[in-house]
Design a protein around this ligand. Structure first.
Ligand SMILES: *Cc1c(COP(=O)(O)O)cnc(C)c1O
Length: 492
């Protein structure tokens, strides 16, 4: 069963948790009990088998054949290699390439599966309703969600992105999705305003009632949805098995994991994997210049009242990391009352402070650091020179924080860095990093080709021919206008 981080709903089944996306009164669903998984048995399994085993242990009310079908996405050709998440060695660390899916971002790992889980959840609940999926995106989630839900019967998906806050390639990827049930809106504001406005819609009694009258429900494709988070836990089990197969670790010896972090979903999945018995030592949370999390780990104060920076790693330009609430829930000893107080503070004052014991518990499981723009650029260049390997700016943030951690902590454990995007998604920034003087003035499309010709790496399929594909209409709205837009366009 699933409970709320704020203790404001009675336990729900997994189908209910996935169908609702988040707790309507505010708060996020978390598993009442985390299963212990005997990863030892996975040693010869393929990705889909591991996915089935891990996901089944959480989704006891969904039919087994649906899950069996769902995990086929990892082997039916949607991912561009036989292994959907290859682990490659770069210098002294492993890089887990999570971007071999159709949209070249790690979000595909979960968003290819979520539609199966969501439609099956509704069916299990016997809700013959249309689902309206609302998704706030800082760039990558939007396209991956559109691709996952495109033409899925009984669903409509609306993606909200901050106007001017996503790269031209990301924008182009979104508007060329096609499909009869996909809608895209540019919101005048930054990602946090976008995400907060969308979360408010989920809790708006007025709109929920209007929806119900039309036999519709809301759900979310953001990592606030348990169905989105769960498939992400799988690849950490996969990573550990790969590490052993490649003889980087002895059987049962812990590894460290570094995750470039934005909304805190990816690293939370690694944290859950650890709680489920996977041998993980330190979790390393890497932020860009929007370093709210790194500051939190130093001070115990989560403070969103600060300048917001647009960086070369836009998917991490986030001040309010939704899933941090789930982590704090665990770190506080599952104290829903305190979570409620802290998040009330956050809404009122833009910040909150946790008690010493909770902070201590946070620090025990996690290290947090950050990298500025210059460091990111240097890291991309240096990694290419030293190892002939190209990092995208998000993954470069992780690499830099990993190197800092290794140097200052003296912890020499084998470490895996989660690589969250193909460098081709951010080709202009990568080219600038490689040689600022030579590679300026390219448009996004020239940049793709240039990056491919210098490195000899192939442009991911999903990014080819984007320029010439017909684009769909984008509605421009203000954060305050989202409710009216939804009511007038969809709830009729
Ligand atoms: C979404 C995203 C992130 C941040 O992941 P979270 O789960 O939100 O922390 C990092 N890098 C890239 C490329 C992303 O698309």
């Amino acid at each position: 069963m699933y409970i709320s981080t704020r203790g404001n709903i009675r336990p729900q089944t997994s189908a209910q948790a996935i169908a609702s996306g988040m707790v309507p009164q505010g708060g996020l669903f978390v598993a009442q009990d985390l299963p212990l998984i005997s990863w030892q048995k996975f040693i010869d399994w393929d990705y889909s088998q591991i996915a089935l085993s891990v996901m089944s242990s959480f989704l006891d009310d969904l039919p087994q054949d649906v899950l069996e079908n769902a995990v086929k996405v990892y082997s039916d050709g949607r991912f561009d290699s036989n292994d959907p998440a290859p682990l490659v060695q770069v210098g002294d660390c492993g890089i887990l390439e999570l971007w071999h899916g159709p949209t070249a971002a790690f979000k595909d790992m979960a968003l290819q599966v979520l539609p199966y889980l969501l439609t099956s959840s509704l069916k299990t609940l016997d809700m013959q309703k249309e689902v309206l999926i609302l998704t706030a995106t800082s760039g990558d989630t939007g396209k991956a969600a559109l691709e996952g839900f495109k033409d899925v019967p009984g669903t409509k998906i609306v993606v909200f992105y901050p106007e001017g806050g996503v790269s031209p390639v990301q924008e182009r990827q979104m508007i060329t999705t096609g499909g009869g049930n996909t809608y895209i809106s540019a919101v005048q504001g930054n990602f946090d305003q976008c995400q907060t406005a969308v979360k408010e819609i989920f809790s708006s009694e007025d709109i929920i009632k209007k929806l119900a009258d039309k036999d519709m429900v809301f759900s979310s494709a953001n990592s606030i949805n348990w169905g989105r988070l769960l498939p992400q836990i799988v690849y950490y089990f996969w990573t550990y098995i790969q590490t052993m197969r490649q003889e980087q670790t002895a059987f049962g010896e812990p590894i460290n994991i570094v995750v470039p972090t934005g909304n805190f979903g990816n690293i939370l999945a690694a944290y859950y994997a650890k709680m489920m018995g996977l041998p993980i030592g330190k979790l390393i949370c890497a932020s860009n210049k929007n370093n709210v999390l790194a500051d939190f780990f130093n001070t115990g104060i989560y403070d969103t009242k600060r300048p917001f920076f647009l960086t070369s790693s836009p998917s991490m330009d986030i001040l309010l990391s939704s899933n941090f609430e789930r982590f704090l829930f665990e770190a506080s000893g599952r104290d829903a009352d305190r979570i409620k107080l802290w998040y009330a503070d956050l809404t009122r004052n833009g910040k909150f402070k946790v008690d010493d014991q909770t902070l201590k518990s946070c620090k025990t499981s996690m290290y947090a650091g950050w990298a500025d723009e210059e460091e990111v650029m240097d890291t991309i260049a240096k990694t290419y020179i030293d190892y002939d390997y190209i990092l995208d700016p998000h993954t470069a943030v992780g690499m830099k924080v990993y190197q800092d951690y290794r140097q200052t902590s003296g912890d020499n454990r084998y470490t895996v860095l989660a690589s969250t995007a193909s460098p081709f998604k951010f080709a202009n920034s990568v080219l600038t990093a490689l040689d600022k003087r030579r590679y300026t003035g390219y448009d996004s499309w020239e940049a793709l080709n240039t990056l491919s010709s210098i490195t000899g790496w192939k442009i991911p399929l999903g990014l080819m021919n984007l320029k010439d594909k017909p684009g769909q209409e984008v509605s421009k709205i203000s954060p305050e206008g989202i409710a009216d837009y939804l009511t007038s366009q969809f709830i009729r």
